[in-house]
Design a protein around this ligand. Structure first.
Ligand code: NG6
Ligand code: CA
Length: 518
């Protein structure tokens, strides 16, 4: 047989196998989780918004699967993200550890325990964090020196690379950290940070409101950076300070570069967007894109950012083998400390899609979130009403990437891989604990939801007398037990607790059992 014939015969012999191989080998997709900050259930077109253009997210939902009963495990950022990465409810930790963290708070995650990121690392993924972190830094034994190596942090809990903002954009330090170091820091202008005392020599927002792009309440009126006053005091680090209007572009560029350099995969990217959290300072390109003012424009910018990431996946040739999840960390809020007109200009837009309450609160509006999944050829497109929580991503993505979970790890995470891929079958999750600020816990059990009354000392303390429907309310006080039938009453308007005392008692007992780890 001639050399050519031999080759041809070999090719024919192996051709059928070659064709069969990709389907037979479990394909490990790249994984991109994009998590928005304070984006509500009703804030984007595919979830009913009509006043904010979100064409890229709407297309993603059309091509992928859109969940209508996805929940943040908490209605504030830190415990919600803690649960996403650890697969464990945030309230299992001491309250201080997973409360809304300041920019100099210690790391909430335990570096000796697996996280979603370390699971994927173990599976051979290159794991990257870009954008919002808000899970603390350092071991708490001494104050963080932002001029030195800042650790433990993302790199110690499973990320191979990280370019991140430590807490929130309204908190100091207003700089990005790349791996262990503040990005762009000039050593001759060291950075100092304090939440206890004033370290900034320059005027605060309270002293010089004339220097501000927007006014703010007292707590947000400390150091002025880029014409916006922040929570906390900070000095130095001038070359490293961010420009709010450029953050979305920066996150998009960094994500595109990450995707291109790791396109030979597999990679995992956790992209924490700042939008539409306060302060609302969208790039000039987006100002006026909506009639809703800065918050609406920030959501238009968010949609653009998601589009830029999808474009980057396409440019790098990996869009088809990438599982994208788009979601949010907690519900929306219109006024969150800055006088930026977002509440006044909101018009008839319904950030929580008509659900009750806001960020911070134990009601549906604070907890139900958009959740869209796309993985061409693997995730069945459509709309799905099966219950899932961000805490389920640990077990779900471990299964999808073939990783086992060690005993005692991710105890609050359920394997929802079948649900995520859109396979038919019953709901896997039937109950979920939902955490609000002030450590209020609610239990959802099927369609029933119980919010037990707050302990007495809390009721008479701070926040008592506030109106739970007021979106400026940042304390959650429940005066008496509340029970809702979400199937009949999705807006939680009728408290059935006094009509069903036995159900209330049973659900309280169940909540206690879950707290004890049952
Ligand atoms: C609150 C801030 C709020 C926001 C929030 C964190 C006050 C009065 N309000 O403490 O502006 O920064 O923390 O939001 O300080 S989260 O989405 O990261 O949880
Ligand atoms: Ca948030």
């Amino acid at each position: 047989m001639s050399h050519r014939r031999l080759l041809l015969a070999a090719a024919l012999l192996f051709a059928p196998f070659a064709a069969v191989l990709p389907a037979a080998t479990p394909s490990r997709p790249n994984i991109v989780i994009i998590i928005a900050d304070d984006l509500g259930y009703g804030d984007i077109g595919c979830y009913g918004a009509t006043d904010i253009p979100t064409p890229r997210l709407d297309r993603l939902a059309q091509q992928g699967r859109r969940f209508t009963r996805a929940y943040a495990p908490a209605s504030t950022c830190t415990p919600s993200r803690y649960a996403l990465l650890s697969g464990e409810y945030g309230w299992r930790q001491p309250e201080k550890k997973t409360a809304i963290l300041d920019g100099d708070a210690p790391l909430a995650l335990d570096p000796t325990r697996p996280t979603l990121a370390s699971q994927l690392q173990k599976a051979g993924y290159f794991t990257g964090l870009i954008g919002k972190w808000h899970l603390g830094l350092g071991d708490g034994s001494h104050p963080i020196d932002f001029n030195g190596d800042i650790k433990p942090g993302p790199l110690e809990v499973g990320f191979d690379s990280a370019f991140f903002l430590p807490a929130t954009v309204d908190r100091v330090p207003t700089v990005f950290i790349e791996n262990h170091r503040v990005s762009g820091l000039d050593p001759s202008d060291p950075i100092r940070v304090s939440y206890q005392k004033r370290v900034n020599p320059e005027p605060t927002g309270a002293e010089r409101p004339d220097l501000l792009k927007m006014g703010a309440e007292a707590i947000h009126s400390n150091v002025i950076v880029n014409g916006i006053s922040r929570i906390g005091s900070m000095a130095g680090g001038r070359t490293a300070r961010w420009v709010d209007e450029d953050i979305a572009d920066l996150l998009a560029q960094r994500s595109a570069a990450f995707i291109e350099s790791h396109k030979n995969g597999p990679f995992f990217l956790l992209l924490g967007l700042h939008d539409p959290h306060v302060p609302h300072a969208p790039n000039a390109r987006f100002v006026g894109k909506t009639k809703l003012g800065r918050r609406g424009d920030a959501i238009a910018q968010l949609d653009w950012t998601v589009g830029a990431v999808i474009d980057a996946l396409e440019r790098s040739g990996v869009a088809d083998n990438t599982l994208i999840i788009f979601t949010s960390d907690n519900g929306p809020v219109l006024y969150d400390g800055y006088y930026d007109q977002s509440a006044e200009l909101n018009g008839s837009h319904r950030p929580a899609g008509g659900l009750r309450g806001w960020k911070y609160l134990p009601y549906e509006g604070g907890l139900r979130i958009p959740f869209i999944v796309r993985w061409p050829g693997h995730v069945k497109s459509g709309v799905d009403d099966r219950l899932l929580g961000l805490n389920d991503l640990f077990a779900t993505l471990s299964t999808i990437t073939g990783q086992s979970i060690a005993k005692g790890v991710a105890q609050d995470s359920l394997d929802q891989s079948k649900v995520l891929l859109g396979k038919r079958g019953p709901a896997i999750r039937t109950e979920l604990v939902e955490q609000a600020i002030s450590n209020t816990l609610a239990l959802r059990s099927g369609d029933w939801k119980l919010i037990p009354a707050s302990p007495q000392q809390q009721v008479s303390g701070m926040g008592a007398g506030a109106d739970p429907n007021d979106n400026r309310w940042t304390h959650s006080i429940i005066r008496q037990d509340e029970l809702y039938d979400l199937a009949k009453d999705p807006s939680e308007s009728t408290n059935l607790a006094s009509r069903f005392p036995e159900r209330v008692a049973a659900m309280k007992a169940r909540l206690q059992a879950i707290r004890r780890g049952k």
